[in-house]
Write a protein that binds this ligand. Structure first.
Ligand SMILES: [Zn+2]
Length: 108
């Protein structure tokens, strides 16, 4: 088992926020609170583990499992990976717009 505490690749800060996005998948964008860079994006959709949210009940877990999409083939995964950088950058730009509309310049 490997355990890592994430830090920003740009400024080295460990001061990050998780932004949960639900569309056809569930995604977590990890953003640096100090320089606002994108640190990582996770897709919470593999293997039937669901999304466990501390303090939430079974219904919440069940909804997360229902949202999970099936496994992709190796070729599909490779194609997805090749487009991933661009896709994530675009998603992050869109997300910043959405967050700006909702929270203004001061994110919680
Ligand atoms: Zn940073």
């Amino acid at each position: 088992m490997e355990v890592h505490i994430q830090k920003c690749q740009k400024c080295g800060s460990r001061n990050t926020r998780n932004i949960l996005v639900r569309d056809e998948q569930q995604k977590v964008f990890v953003q640096c609170r100090d320089c606002q860079s994108l640190v990582a994006r996770y897709v919470l959709s593999t293997g039937g583990g669901g999304y466990y949210h501390a303090g939430k009940g079974f219904e919440s877990f069940l909804r997360s499992v229902e949202r999970e999409v099936g496994f992709s083939s190796g070729k599909e995964l490779q194609d997805q990976f090749e487009n991933l950088g661009e896709e994530v950058d675009q998603e992050y730009e869109d997300l910043k717009d959405i967050l700006g509309d909702r929270y203004g310049d001061e994110l919680p």
